[in-house]
Design a protein around this ligand. Structure first.
Ligand code: C2E
Ligand code: CA
Ligand code: CA
Ligand code: CA
Length: 279
């Protein structure tokens, strides 16, 4: 062994160097993405037990000039690390609120709720309550039609201040959905203290229904928990008729997944909704 010399060599590992260069390039690109209007939103339909449209989840996409459509899974972590999630998150919120206002005069879409994902860093930012208030005011969106999706990780840290913030936002009329519910650590005692309106069953519990006995039980438990806490429950990742059937039997009242519609650009979403009216 050559000791130090050998260790130093690892710094020049070409694959590590390439990974670092890739990250730096991504960061530079991400910094320009907002200014260059490279972000778009996709809308994924949410339906009632009867299959009627009740709203949509707003999902972010990055139209990268060289890499095509980049998934949020590939840039949200970097955006969180660099703090770029703050301006990006505001853009998402503002765009969604403007969409709510645009739909306000439509007979079908005026009642639809939009669910917006909020990252941990974004929610913890001191300006968040003020930003939501301002954006609602500036866009004229009906707050009742806006729902913020939080994950359990957001809520776990500093529970008291999180609850305070949630109450301030709920006072505006905005709802809260607990996203990916069941995948994190949720104690029943704090779940009761959070001013939530909805639990969202994570798709990892849905994808092998009804065969997986454990997941079938978890899903039934979440739905009855929602009933006891007076929260509505939505299932995400519903892909098959059998899954829908099981969830319906279990008492689930709201659904989202490829079975109903994939996340699509707004023009396609509008068209999808209008064409459904004539069915
Ligand atoms: P999520 O909040 O759990 O969003 C649901 C993900 O499941 C979406 O992935 C959606 O495209 C996908 N999905 C929907 N239906 C089905 C289905 O039936 N089967 C399967 N296999 N997948 C389905 P997507 O769009 O790639 O988003 C990934 C994650 O990125 C989201 O997970 C969310 O955590 C995050 N994200 C997306 N948009 C935003 C945003 O605007 N802000 C923040 N902070 N995070 C976002
Ligand atoms: Ca979500
Ligand atoms: Ca989710
Ligand atoms: Ca999920």
């Amino acid at each position: 062994a050559k000791g130090m010399g050998k260790n130093n060599v690892r710094f020049f590992d070409p694959s590590m160097q390439a990974a670092l260069e890739f990250r730096t390039a991504m960061e530079t690109d991400l910094r320009h993405a907002l200014m260059h209007h490279q972000f778009i939103l996709h809308y994924q339909l949410q339906v009632s037990a009867l299959g009627d449209p009740i709203g949509a989840e707003v999902l972010l996409r990055w139209k990268h000039p060289g890499r095509g459509l980049v998934s949020p899974l590939d840039f949200i972590p970097l955006a969180e690390e660099t703090g770029l999630i703050l301006p990006i998150g505001l853009w998402v919120l503002e765009t969604a609120c403007r969409q709510i206002t645009t739909w306000a005069s439509d007979p079908v879409k005026s009642g639809m709720q939009l669910a917006v994902n909020v990252s941990a860093r974004q929610f913890r930012h001191t300006g968040f309550v003020g930003d939501v208030t301002r954006i609602l005011h500036e866009t004229g969106a009906n707050p009742v039609l806006l729902k913020l999706e939080l994950t359990e990780s957001v809520v776990l840290e500093d529970v008291t201040s999180v609850i305070e913030k949630m109450h301030a936002i709920k006072k505006l009329g905005v709802g809260f959905s607990m996203d990916d519910f069941g995948t994190g650590y949720s104690s029943l005692s704090y779940l009761q203290r959070l001013p939530l309106t909805q639990l969202k069953i994570d798709r990892s519990f849905v994808h092998n229904l009804p065969d997986d006995v454990n997941n079938a039980n978890i899903v039934r438990t979440i739905i009855s928990l929602g009933g006891s806490l007076d929260l509505n429950v939505i299932a995400e990742g519903v892909e098959t008729e059998q899954q829908r059937e099981f969830l319906l039997q279990a008492g689930c009242l709201a659904y989202q997944g490829y079975l109903f519609c994939k996340p699509i650009p707004i023009e396609d979403f509008d068209e999808f909704i209008s064409s459904r009216q004539y069915l």
